[in-house]
Unconditional design. Sequence first.
Length: 403
Amino acid sequence: MKGRYLIILASLCGLIASGVGLITNVAGLFFNPIAAELGLLRGAVSMTVTINNLLFAVGGLMSPKFMSEKTLKPGLIIGTAVIAGSTALLAVTNSIMVMYILNALRGFASGILGFVFVTMVINNWFHSNVGLATSIAMGFSGLAGAVFSPIVSSVIQSSGWRTAYLMNAALMVIMNLPAIFLIPSIDPSVKGLKPLGEKASVNTSAAKTEKARPIIMSLLVIMCIYAACAAGSTALTQHFTGIAEERGLAASVGATMLSACMLANTGGKVVLGALVDRIGAKKSLLTYAVLIMCAVLTMLFIPSGTTMYVAAFFFGLTYSMATVGVVSITKDLFGLANYSKTYPKINLCGTMFSAAFSSIIGFMYDAFESYTVPMFIILTMAAIDFVIILFVYKKIDAIKQNA
């Protein structure tokens, strides 16, 4: 990749690291200390993530309307201010209701600057290596979680969760600055530039020349179910600390599990992108689904320190299923011409279910005093995704034969 495109990609990586990695992927570290200090149930505290993710989904759906060429710079600046400001204010509140409001604000703002906006910019600026660029950008949500989870955990233990929120707010501003200053436009043609890999003098991207396929509603619903199961499964990672403690392991084991999971979050997306190019999305995603099911079974029945680290690592592949997997299947099933019409809706379903399931797991723990039931539900969801992948690619083959 040339320098200009690398700079744009790096800037987009910062947005994902800030809006997802430093919010959702370290949220579980705050559950226990906040619940203990304020005298709350874990389910009530985990509801903050539910609210954040619900508004993240709504923000993603609204992103194409808010983020245009005219509003690009103001949108990035205001969005960053809301994300960082609301995170900083979490450090000074003692009210769970105020926490809900602040998480709603930062969830909506990070949703506008999140996956939909980032993939929109990538699809405009990259006509070659688009899959690699997408997987790298999305992978930074996990990389940020892996890098900062032990740091945030250490700050919480040494200085308290309030100080950790202030640190996160400062990091969010730093990570968003490259996007504010270095992304010149959403579409390169506005600046008289060409996308990476575009050779012709006139922009004739695949999305513009490809004949649009009809959008079959039943297939769209099935894809929403796939996204809901894949994204919903990621909610379990926010409870790794509690799962470790339930099995008689130290809280630091849970933090290390989260770091291992976030490493797979990042690396798994890049590997999945490479596998999709080599052996296709179907075989790649089926392999990931099997590994995820094995990881859950390991956490359920072999809960030693080492095996929990390994299981957490492979469970981190759920993030690849929920991001790169959704993008790959959506493009294969509906075509590039329908991508902008279908992906935001599918992404909305996945994000909303992930948001809901974060609290559901917390309340299940409060009810059963165990994580066993939600872990079996996660196992079932991975199996459902396995079946959906088989079904959808059978339909894709039929569509190609009839074309």
